[in-house]
Design a protein around this ligand. Structure first.
Ligand SMILES: Cc1ncc(COP(=O)(O)O)c(C=O)c1O
Length: 469
């Protein structure tokens, strides 16, 4: 078990003292896992939905009448009601309310980031600061920033994939202006939880902050009261698996006022005139929600929050921390006959800096790396879901694999249209990717055992030949 004292960045919150029966929850909500003998370890890709969410949603749809919320009829008002209730549920989940914060529903986290990227007042005096560890959906902000004449700076990572002296980088950047800092509360590559204290530090220097909560929020309580980020983004399928296709941009009201939408669409305007060639946006969330929102999907959010509330985010954090500590230790203990480690884990050795995601590579008895894509497909054949590659996070993977910038630039230019991850890897001499195992609500120790047993067999040279054949 992970000691609470080890959980330094985001202290393990006190869970209610009564023990929670995770095994019963698995039988009740996720019986299909054991019925199919499947071991699902891709929670950073997506959470799994509980069966009660589907039942509640179906019941609501069977009995309800929901119309386009932009109409005025009773079915339309019913849709407006569920949307407004869902906004309140999101705010409650994030420990704030509508007096200070606004929830805009989007298609996913990427769309939420893009709303900020296209609306933020970048100019030559306002920088963009990106942690090297960012999902591409956040890295893409740099295209808007550069087009507006901003400079783009990077907060580098150290050897353990944690941010290297971020306060100093912020202070240096602040000498020539302010702007927007964007970083993930938890890395989707390494599972590193970056310090949330950075939010207030950046704000004290005059920066706005976009906190990518996509990977973090599924297994940690998150209080936007305590961590007053200007913009927070998340995807609901990562919290509770269903529905897909809905995310949110949660903004402090005062920060929202700094954004300038570059266009308008159906649903976002109080009026638009063709003859007068003018328009006026709605204030608040609806001014950012292009077109008809997914009102039937949004109606399903309540049952997802119900599932998380049954467990409690504090208890869920402890469950995930305990599983992560166990998997970390068991992977680290896998050895070849000569004592050489079978697994290279990326990221910090300190469990306190990690969430429920572990990225690693597997080595055979001759010290040869087993290509991650082949590990992934062999795992899949064995009924284990993990993910392989760089997980849309080039900065963290480049740091993990020790990419040399000059060589990387040369290889990317050289490969040009012929780019593939394996050709790049052959050119740079670094790994092409890693394997990622990530845990969540439905997992148990037996799932970890299945993965560890599989890797231990795979790591032997004989098995490698079978797999690569
Ligand atoms: C940390 C992080 N940020 C952003 C995203 C993008 O989320 P989405 O694909 O739902 O837009 C992901 C998805 O994996 C993620 O893990």
């Amino acid at each position: 078990m992970l000691s609470p004292a080890l959980d330094c960045y985001s202290p393990l919150p006190a869970a209610s003292p009564d023990a929670f029966d995770f095994a019963a929850l698995r039988r009740r909500e996720f019986a299909r896992l054991d019925a199919q003998g499947h071991c699902y370890l891709d929670y950073t890709g997506s959470a799994l939905y509980g069966i009660s969410q589907l039942q509640t949603h179906l019941c609501l749809l069977e009995s309800g009448l929901f119309g386009n919320p932009h109409s005025e009829s009773k079915p339309s008002q019913a849709s407006t009601r569920v949307i407004e209730q869902a906004r309140e549920a999101v705010l409650r989940f994030l420990d704030v309310d509508a007096s200070t914060h606004v929830v805009c529903f989007t298609a996913n986290s990427s769309a939420a980031v893009k709303l900020v990227a296209e609306s933020y007042p970048f100019d030559s005096g306002r920088h963009l600061l990106l942690s090297a560890d960012n999902h591409n959906s956040v890295n893409g902000i740099r295209e808007y920033a550069r087009a507006a004449g901003s400079t783009v700076r990077t907060l580098p990572l150290d050897a353990s994939l944690e941010l290297h002296e971020p306060e100093q980088v912020l202070r240096d950047a602040a000498t020539s202006g302010t702007g927007l800092l964007a970083f993930p509360a938890q890395s989707n590559f390494s599972g590193v939880r970056h310090p949330l204290t950075l939010v207030r530090q950046a704000q004290a220097l005059g920066f706005d902050v976009l906190l990518d909560c996509a990977a973090f929020a599924s297994s940690h309580p998150l209080s936007l009261r305590e961590c007053p980020t200007d913009f927070a983004v998340l995807s609901f399928y990562k919290l509770f698996g269903y529905p897909t296709g809905i995310g949110a941009l949660v903004m402090r009201r005062e920060s929202m006022r700094r954004l300038r939408r570059p266009w308008f669409a159906g649903g976002t305007v109080r009026y638009a005139s063709v003859l007068a060639d003018t328009h006026r946006l709605h204030e608040g969330a609806t001014g950012f929600e292009d077109g008809t929102p997914d009102f039937l999907g949004i109606a399903a959010l309540a049952s997802g929050f119900d599932l998380l509330n049954q467990v409690g985010m504090a208890r869920l954090q402890q469950h995930v921390a305990a599983l992560t500590a166990e998997l970390f230790a068991r992977l680290g203990s896998l050895r070849h006959a000569d004592g050489a480690p079978m697994i290279r884990l990326y990221g910090p050795a300190r469990l306190c800096a990690r969430g429920g995601t572990l990225a690693f590579n597997v080595f055979d008895s001759r010290g040869q790396l087993l290509p991650c894509a082949q590990v992934e497909s062999a795992a899949d054949a064995a009924g284990i879901s993990v993910r392989a590659g760089c997980f849309c996070n080039p900065g963290a993977s480049e740091a993990a694999f020790g990419a040399e910038p000059g060589r990387l630039i040369h290889c990317l230019r050289e490969l040009d249209d012929a780019f593939t991850a394996s050709r790049l890897s052959a050119c740079t001499g670094t790994e092409a990717g890693a394997v990622r195992a990530s845990v969540g609500l439905a997992n148990n120790s037996a799932d970890l055992g299945k993965l560890v047993e599989f890797l231990s067999v795979l790591g032997t040279a004989g098995k490698r030949q079978t797999i690569l054949a």
